[in-house]
Design a protein around this ligand. Structure first.
Ligand code: IPM
Ligand code: MG
Length: 370
């Protein structure tokens, strides 16, 4: 095999380290049974980094993230750090990674696994077979726009300010990712904005349409107001293939789409930067679930979202499509076999711990390759 790919692991807080342990189990299996190995190194992020290094991410860790082929992150945050000033909170570590690695395209698939259709709060007939890809802009918009801050007015009132701002380039590069993904899927993109209220939304709509007309006429493009999109997602989610939207709407719509699948604990994500002249893209992979401090350390967490994030890493960063397919098929099989962590527990199924789920995955993989 060619040179080993470097994977920088930031397990973070809460259930992050527990679910990452199960990814390590899988990595070890790949080494043993598939002769595939990676150059794995570890760092701290979020509350863990605050405790040990005094900041939610250190410059040293940032440097390593920028130099690695891919970053795999667990989760950040927890009640312990809720009262810290804004700039020192665990989440700032994640936001700094996204910003400095220039990870402008956040891919959040919402897929319903056949045996989990019953776990959705929607009727199974409405969600079975659901396969949506949300492409969220991740380094712009109101998350990073300036001016921002809280100021005290002369009359003693306080005023909080954030700025929603997008340039044509920022819109077009994320729209391009969405169109290219759609070409490999069902060929449909729905762009969500608030062009009826915001100028940045008007520009968003115009630029997405312009790029479409110039370069992606083979893709079917529709536009929707973001509030309608939120409504349509629960009314008839299967009408969507790829949804492209800005940072804030994407944050909200992707949580909503995640819930359609029955469990946040199942969903992976990829955050990608622009390809350089050698085709190398910086990338970060993370489960969509947060740090879930209420269940941390109790063996209750579902490791599958983190495992599927690692599979996305193999697919998008390491060009290991076959292995990614194998892992995804094994996840489906484990679920079909009736094992469930607490978050996806259903009547008549076997409730298992984080570790047993991870072990079941590698033993399923064993059976699949034999
Ligand atoms: C997400 C999270 C983050 C966000 C938080 C943790 C900063 O909600 O990745 O969706 O708002 O982007
Ligand atoms: Mg979110």
């Amino acid at each position: 095999m060619s040179e080993k790919k470097s994977l920088f692991v930031l397990a973070g807080d809460g259930i992050g380290p527990e679910v990452m342990t199960e990814v390590y189990r899988l990595i070890e299996w790949l080494e043993r049974r598939r002769d595939i190995s990676f150059e794995v190194s570890e760092g701290l992020v979020g509350g863990a980094a605050i405790e040990a290094e005094g900041a939610p991410i250190s410059d040293e860790t940032m440097k390593k993230a920028l130099a690695s082929d891919a970053v795999l992150l667990g989760a950040v945050g927890g009640p312990k750090w809720d009262d810290l000033p804004f700039e020192q909170k665990p989440e700032r570590g994640l936001l700094r990674l996204r910003k400095e690695m220039k990870l402008f395209a956040n891919l959040r698939p919402a897929v319903v696994f056949p045996s989990l259709a019953e776990a959705s709060t929607l009727k199974p007939e409405g969600v079975s077979g659901l396969d949506i890809m949300i492409v969220r802009e991740l380094t712009g918009g109101v998350y990073f726009g300036t001016p921002r801050g809280i100021e005290t007015l002369p009359n003693g009132e306080r005023r909080g300010v954030n700025t929603q701002v997008y340039t044509t380039g920022e819109i077009q590069r994320v729209a391009r990712v969405a169109f290219e993904l759609a070409q490999k899927r069902s060929g449909r993109v729905c762009s969500a904005d608030k062009a009826n209220v915001m100028e940045s939304g008007v520009l968003w709509r115009e630029e997405v349409q312009r790029l479409h007309d110039e370069a992606f006429t083979d893709v079917e493009l529709s536009h929707m107001y973001a509030d309608n999109c939120a409504m349509q997602l629960v009314r008839n989610p299967r009408q969507f293939d790829v949804i492209v939207t800005d940072n804030l709407f994407g944050d909200i719509l992707s949580d909503e789409a995640a819930m359609l699948t029955g469990s946040l604990g199942m969903l992976p994500s990829a955050s990608l930067g622009a390809a350089d002249e050698n085709g190398r893209r910086l990338a970060l992979y993370e489960p969509v679930h947060g740090s879930a401090p209420d269940i941390a350390g109790r063996g209750l967490a579902n490791p599958l979202a983190c495992i599927l994030s690692f599979a996305m890493c193999l697919r998008y960063s390491f060009d290991m499509t076959e292995v990614a397919d194998l892992i995804e098929a094994a996840v489906t099989e484990v679920l079909d076999g009736g094992l469930r962590t607490a978050d996806i527990m259903q009547d008549g199924k076997a409730r298992v711990s984080t570790r047993v789920m991870g072990e079941a995955l590698t033993s399923t993989l064993n059976n699949m390759i034999n």
